[in-house]
Design a protein around this ligand. Structure first.
Ligand code: MF3
Ligand code: CO
Ligand code: CO
Length: 292
């Protein structure tokens, strides 16, 4: 007879308990599922009350992001966009989640990632120019709950390569979101993203991930965008982002040595990203970062 710690009969070389060990009984109640996900993966399944709080925060984040994107026109500096984000956040009695986050503390309230910048670009006094592509990433904290989203803006006419990463990153995100429902395994999201990106000759950044969000800024699970083997199953009540970063050239990111935040493509070719916060529902998903 095999016992829990013996090699699995299937030949995987894993322990039986980590492989084909039969579940004793299926998890049925929310409490059972929540306890299982917390213990096994440190993932928080959100209660109805938390979901409502996250929903409000996400809606506000999307509304503010709308305003930031409208304001992002030729001649405006990314610092002016940051100023606007601070004002709108304050008016809504919320807090900008990026300001002071991490180590070294992120110095601004939004991320503004231009052209070859993959993510975590820092607002400054450079005016937007014809031909730029810009990712604006905005996260707020409202009543203790986090909402995280980003979009691309194009300034005037942009090069074919820049437009390509804008369009492909959007399709990667939205095609990945479309398969979300309970029971889907996390690696399946990356399969969709890689397939779309490859079909347009683009590459998938592997050094940054999508992430659980809601009660904290960055929670479990980490959701890789490049092909992987994460068998974690999506479950009703999970809230996480989908935010693939797609490059025209090489996939590799290099972090700026001076500011320790700005991530650029290693070949200085274009990069695009779009982000939503998602709730897994009983039969699919709800996009939380929509403005209304
Ligand atoms: N909003 C980013 C994300 O999508 C995180 C930015 S962290 C910061 O996860 F410190 F750079 F703001
Ligand atoms: Co995010
Ligand atoms: Co974000």
């Amino acid at each position: 007879m095999i016992t829990r710690n013996d090699p699995c009969w299937c030949g995987s070389a894993k322990k039986w308990k980590k492989c084909h060990y039969p579940e004793v009984k299926p998890l049925t109640s929310f409490e059972e599922k929540a306890a299982y996900y917390k213990k096994k993966h440190n993932i928080l399944l959100k209660t109805p009350e938390q979901i409502e709080g996250i929903r409000q925060s996400c809606k506000l984040a999307a509304q503010i992001l709308d305003e930031l994107c409208k304001a992002a026109v030729e001649g405006v500096t990314t610092q002016e966009l940051d100023d606007l984000a601070i004002r709108l956040t304050k008016e809504a009695k919320a807090i900008p989640a990026c300001l002071g986050y991490g180590s070294p503390p992120f110095p601004k309230s939004i991320c503004t990632s231009l052209n070859e910048v993959i993510c975590h670009g820092i607002p400054d006094d450079r005016p937007l120019q014809e031909g730029d592509i810009l990712n604006i990433d905005y996260t707020c904290i409202l009543n203790g709950y986090f909402g995280d989203c980003s979009r691309m803006v194009t300034i005037g006419t942009v090069s074919k390569e820049r437009q390509l990463v804008v369009d492909v990153a959007l399709k990667c995100r939205d095609d990945a979101i479309a398969i979300i429902k309970p029971g889907v395994e996390v690696y399946e999201l990356a399969d969709v993203i890689e397939d779309v990106a490859k079909s347009y000759g683009c590459s998938v950044v592997y050094q940054f991930v999508s992430h659980g969000v809601g009660v904290k800024f960055h929670e479990e699970p980490q959701i890789f965008h490049h092909r992987n083997k994460s068998k974690i199953r999506l479950e009703e009540g999970m809230t996480f982002t989908i935010e693939p970063m797609i490059n025209a050239g090489l996939a590799e990111a290099v972090i700026d040595e001076d500011d320790e935040w700005t991530a650029r493509t290693i070949d200085n070719r274009a990069s695009g990203q779009w982000e939503h916060t998602i709730l897994v529902t009983s039969d699919g998903y709800e996009i939380l970062t929509l403005p209304n």
